[in-house]
Design a protein around this ligand. Structure first.
Ligand code: ATP
Length: 456
């Protein structure tokens, strides 16, 4: 990130280079919905792969899962989402603008617990109403704060035909883990402590989606739930916090752009809760991931509502495991990575934009160029190098359009680490020019040794 980078720069760049598009744009655009373009989906998939590797595969005692999005509607009653998953809203009586009361209170340093009931939050709002101005007209004349449920309703034959209950799109992805906890215990026989990891979609009827990918109505979450013996939570919680912090550093995020925030007002069942925040351009520090010590609340709730015994049996000793949760928003991390790696510098006297993505995250690792487009012998040789590299490098691009300088700029902008040019000398001695993204340095390399230079 360069000092003067703004979020508007990032948003315009993301669109121009095929990373992120506004949802339903040709119909005028849909608020809070975004589509990931050709470069975006590669970056997103690479972030997911890195998360999966670190949180599931590399851990001896973690199990992966991919659960169905639709669930029995009673799941969302047990989880508390039907009754309590809501944002407190108030409307300006002068211009009808709606505000998120908890967020406005936060801005003036008053912290409102997200699980506070409507009356309590309204009392706080009334107390501080004169300090909160309508963002549109500047007035202070608001309706009382009302709870607005965030679950997105849908319909689905089996459940809806029973008449009374709608089905819901998932308000959070992690419920699928609780539902499959027993299946995983019965099929994989894990020993407590163990974890389950999942990446899944979540939908929220955010009343004022804003800040690009930061607050959207449809997003992906990468979650882990770690099941421990009752009261054996503290040490494991500290270890999880440390691991999660390290993962962000492994993405190339600098430590000065990260910070911890401990929750002051805990939900009644939680024993500890922390957020990892990233320092976004323009928006400043805000949450990318929550790490929560949730005691035995989730499994107890699902036992109560489903009537199924979810206790763990360790050689005759029965207990309900406590859960330590990590829940990360992929869109927010995507935005953090893009912000972190977007930079402007000068190379050879020319200003350029360069996306300094680490190898594992770059949508394209290597680009292959024939020096000239209209020379069949260069094309043929370059095609053979391209085909060979594609065999063992995950993402290789072909570019024979425009002069070499322009091609370098294009690849720099999307974070391609190496550009390989095939020229007339290549036809003589089987060497190519490899140009490095970050330094612009060039070296001559034998084709047979290319993998050593441009592989990871
Ligand atoms: P916030 O306070 O910002 O609304 P939250 O505390 O409700 O977030 P959680 O329910 O803990 O968030 O969800 C876990 C993660 O999912 C968050 O850390 C965030 O990265 C992501 N997330 C939550 N809501 C959204 C959203 N509307 N758009 C994009 N990502 C989201």
């Amino acid at each position: 990130m360069t000092q003067e980078t703004t979020m508007d720069d990032i948003i315009a760049f993301a669109k121009r280079k095929g990373f992120v598009f506004q949802g339903s744009e040709i119909y005028g655009g849909a608020a809070g919905l975004y589509d990931f373009g050709p470069n975006g989906v590669e970056l997103l998939n690479n972030i997911k792969a890195s998360w999966w590797q670190a949180n599931v595969r590399e851990k001896e005692n973690y199990y992966g899962l991919d659960s169905a999005m639709f669930k029995d509607p009673r799941v969302w009653e047990a989880s508390g989402h039907v009754g309590g998953f809501s944002d407190p809203l108030a409307e300006c009586r002068e211009c009808n603008t709606r505000i998120r009361v908890d967020k406005e209170l936060e801005k003036i340093g008053v912290s409102a617990d997200e699980k506070m009931n409507e009356a309590d939050i309204n009392a706080l709002f009334v107390e501080h109403a004169q300090e909160i101005a309508c963002p549109k007209c500047g007035g202070h004349n608001f309706t009382p704060a009302r709870a607005f449920n965030l679950l997105v309703k849908s319909n689905l034959g089996d459940f809806t035909s029973k008449g009374d209950s709608p089905v819901y799109l998932p308000g959070e992805a992690c419920q699928g883990i609780y539902l499959n906890y027993k299946n995983i215990v019965d099929s994989m026989h894990p020993k407590v402590p163990f974890g389950i990891g999942q990446i899944g979609k979540a939908f929220r009827n955010e009343i004022s989606p804003r800040n690009f990918l930061f607050r959207t109505r449809e997003f992906e979450q990468a979650d882990t739930q770690f099941f421990v013996r009752p009261h054996e939570n503290k040490e494991a919680f500290e270890k999880i916090k440390k691991d999660r912090w390290q993962w962000y550093l492994s993405l190339g995020i600098t430590e000065k752009h990260l910070r911890w925030k401990q929750h002051e007002n805990l939900v009644f069942y939680a024993s500890d809760a922390w957020d990892i925040e990233y320092d976004f351009p323009t928006y400043g520090f805000d949450e990318v991931e929550g790490i929560h010590d949730r005691t035995d609340y989730d499994l107890t709730q699902h036992m109560k509502f489903s009537g199924t015994d979810l206790s763990y049996n360790d050689n005759g000793e029965k207990f309900i495991p406590w859960i330590l949760e990590t829940s990360m928003g992929l869109g927010r991390v995507f935005l953090a990575v893009l912000s972190e790696c977007y930079s402007k510098d000068e190379l050879g006297g020319e200003e350029r934009i360069v996306l300094k993505l680490p190898y594992a995250l770059a949508p394209t690792k290597v680009a292959v160029f024939p020096l000239l487009k209209n020379k069949p012998e260069l094309q043929e040789k370059a095609r053979s190098v391209y085909a060979e590299l594609k065999k063992y490098i995950p993402a290789v691009a072909w570019d024979d359009n425009g002069n070499i300088g322009k091609r370098y700029r294009r690849q720099d902008e999307v974070g391609t680490l190496y550009c390989v040019t095939i020229d007339f000398d290549t036809l003589e001695d089987d060497t190519v020019t490899v140009r490095h993204r970050d330094t612009g340095e060039q070296e001559r390399v034998m084709i047979s040794k290319l993998g050593d230079v441009v592989g990871e």
